[in-house]
Design a protein around this ligand. Structure first.
Ligand code: G6D
Length: 348
């Protein structure tokens, strides 16, 4: 096990990039800026190590990062309708950073903050403990919040992301990581042939602005039924309204049935790579990069639609305005805790 540390100069800033390396050669590189996963090298069925996440070639591009590549997201991942909510009789207004709504914690959010990083290492695992203090009123959110995120890489090629948060006032919080996975290796192909399996029989209906309508729909007899595996391309060709509002793909919160240990699984048959997601979260936003800006300079090529699969495990911001959704409310001094493990394997 090894941790390499590099200093990256970006304009007048100096960021640190930590590369976690296990005994089988798997590598994950993470910045103190936004806790961004810039690269993840995993083996294909022949043992060839290739990158399986979208990342910029030029680190300066993470200053903009319109797709939130690889970043920690918060305080609230997803959209808060009309950028407002009421808490204990007081109205809170957040920045409207996407139309009339608030997306992914606003700017600078978790994804553009410098986190304090402490590496750790033992013979079974290597990792980083990241901490961030978000002040009361930052981006309109109530409460002084102390966030801790622990990235851990094991010799089972598992990357665990554990989140902890506590605030001195009641607030809202659901954090995630916004990596775009592409198991073909070095972005050789897009993700349309990736086979996806989700332990989920329900998903959240969206309106034309991608805002939850308050309805939860059943996946039966739709291309949202991933219980027995389905190629992502089914959502691209579908004429189902929910695929059309997402601009010919998926951008939806799936509620897990919790009938299996593995809540989500992705398989890419050419490389043999398989990704299993094990999480304590009630659901996941699966985004198939339908709106990925084209022409961005990535490590291996220019960006294009459908180049990465986001599996943003989290609770649902719809719970702010509707009953019956996995809650994002956090009481004063209550410990927020979330944990998701991404296990990178191969099928022969
Ligand atoms: C688009 O609608 C999608 C979001 O789900 C995604 O997180 C973002 O791009 C990066 O706004």
């Amino acid at each position: 096990m090894e941790i390499k540390t590099d200093v990256v100069s970006v304009k007048d800033q100096k960021w640190k990039e930590f590369t976690l390396i296990n005994d089988h050669g798997m590598e994950v590189s993470i910045l103190d800026f936004g806790g961004i996963i810039t690269r993840a090298m995993t083996p294909d069925r022949d043992g060839k190590l290739e990158n399986v996440v979208i990342g910029f070639n030029n680190y300066e591009d993470y200053l903009d990062n319109p797709g939130y590549f690889g970043a920690l997201i918060g305080r609230v991942a997803g959209r808060i309708e009309k950028a407002q909510f009421e808490l204990d009789g007081k109205a809170y207004t957040l920045p409207k950073n996407e139309g009339d709504h608030h997306l992914h914690g606003g700017e600078p959010g978790f994804h553009k903050s410098i986190w304090s990083v402490v590496p750790f290492e033992n013979k079974e695992e290597v990792g980083l403990t990241l901490t961030l203090d978000s002040k009361d009123g930052e981006n309109g959110y109530p409460g002084n919040l102390r966030m801790t995120v622990i990235y851990t890489l094991t010799n089972e090629n598992a990357l665990t992301i554990a989140y902890e948060g506590v605030a001195d006032q009641k607030t809202v919080l659901t954090a995630t990581n916004h990596s775009y996975f592409n198991l073909s290796g070095n972005l050789k192909t897009d993700i349309q042939e990736h086979e996806i399996t989700l332990d989920s029989s329900e998903f959240v209906e969206l309106d034309e602005e991608l805002i939850p309508t308050g309805s939860i729909l059943n996946v039966d007899d739709t291309v949202f039924d991933f219980r027995n595996g389905r190629p992502m391309k089914d959502g691209v060709s579908s004429e189902f309204k929910q695929n059309l509002v997402a601009n010919h793909g998926y951008d939806h919160y799936f509620l897990f049935d919790h009938t299996k240990e593995v809540s989500a699984q992705v398989y890419e048959k050419e490389s043999g790579r398989e990704l299993k997601v094990i999480t304590d979260q009630p659901g996941v936003v699966m985004y198939t990069s339908n709106n990925l800006p084209e022409g961005l300079k990535l490590r291996e090529r220019e960006s294009a639609r459908y180049l990465g699969l986001c599996l943003e495990t989290q609770a649902s911001p719809a719970s702010i305005h509707h009953d019956g959704f996995p809650s994002v409310w956090l009481d004063k001094d209550e410990k927020y805790y979330a944990k998701t493990t991404f296990v990178f394997g191969v099928r022969e």
